[in-house]
Design a protein around this ligand. Structure first.
Ligand SMILES: Cc1cc2nc3c(=O)[nH]c(=O)nc-3n(C[C@H](O)[C@H](O)[C@H](O)COP(=O)(O)O)c2cc1C
Length: 175
C-alpha cells in the first residue's frame, strides 16, 4: 500500500496538544473549501461550519464539554452543523462526511486536530453559536499546530471486520 494518498490517510492521528502558535484563518477556510467537496445524498450539502477563534470562547467551550481538554491549547475550534430540513434522511451522515473531509484537509496541510463529541450537548452547543433548532452539531474540532506525535492506536484486524459475500463468512486466503 505505498501510495501518497493512502500514506496520508494512514498518518492522520487525533492531535490533542497544540503549540502556542497562531493558525491563519485562511488555512481553516481552505479546509472548509475542501470539505465542500464531500459527497452528500442528492448533493444536498446540509452542512455549515462555525469557526471559533476567541480565546475566552474556546475556554468556555472546554468547560461545556466532557473529554474536551484539547480545546485548552487549541487556537481554533470548528463546529460542524447539520441541517435536518435540508436532508431529513441523510443529514447526520452527510455532515459527518464533510467533517471527515475537513479533518483530512487539515491533516494534509500539517495542522493537528481532534474530533470532540458533540451529541451529549446538542442544545448547549446550538445556543453557544446561536444556531436554530433545526440544526444538529455533528462534530467539534479542536485545531492547532501539533505539539505531539502520537503512535497509531490499535485497530481491529481485517479478518475481524471483513466478510466475503455474507456476514460471518471468513475472508480466508485473502486475509
Ligand atoms: C465521533 C467521534 C467522537 C470523538 N470524541 C472525542 C472526544 O470527545 N475527545 C477526544 O479526545 N477524542 C475524541 N475522538 C477521537 C477518538 O478518540 C480517536 O479518533 C480514536 O481514539 C482513534 O484515534 P486516532 O484518531 O488518532 O486514529 C472522537 C472521534 C470521533 C470519530
Amino acid at each position: 500500500m505505498s501510495n501518497a494518498c493512502v500514506e496520508a490517510l494512514l498518518k492522520r492521528r487525533s492531535i490533542r496538544v497544540f503549540k502556542d502558535a497562531e493558525v491563519p484563518l485562511d488555512m481553516i477556510l481552505k479546509a472548509v473549501e475542501v470539505a465542500r467537496y464531500a459527497p452528500s445524498a442528492g448533493n444536498k450539502q446540509p452542512w455549515r461550519f462555525v469557526i471559533i477563534r476567541d480565546s475566552k470562547r474556546l475556554e468556555d467551550l472546554a468547560k461545556l464539554l466532557r473529554y474536551s481538554k484539547p480545546l485548552t491549547s487549541a487556537k481554533v475550534a470548528v463546529l460542524v452543523l447539520a441541517n435536518k430540513d435540508e436532508s431529513p434522511t441523510s443529514y447526520m451522515v452527510d455532515a459527518s462526511l464533510a467533517a471527515m473531509y475537513f479533518w483530512l484537509a487539515l491533516h494534509c496541510m500539517g495542522l493537528g486536530a481532534v474530533w470532540i463529541q458533540t451529541l451529549r450537548n446538542i442544545n448547549e452547543l446550538l445556543e453557544f453559536v446561536n444556531a436554530p433548532q433545526n440544526y444538529v452539531p455533528v462534530a467539534l474540532f479542536a485545531i492547532g499546530w501539533p505539539a505531539e506525535q502520537p503512535e497509531p492506536k490499535e485497530r481491529k484486524q481485517l479478518k475481524e471486520i471483513t466478510y466475503l459475500e455474507k456476514y460471518g463468512e471468513n475472508i480466508g486466503a485473502h486475509q
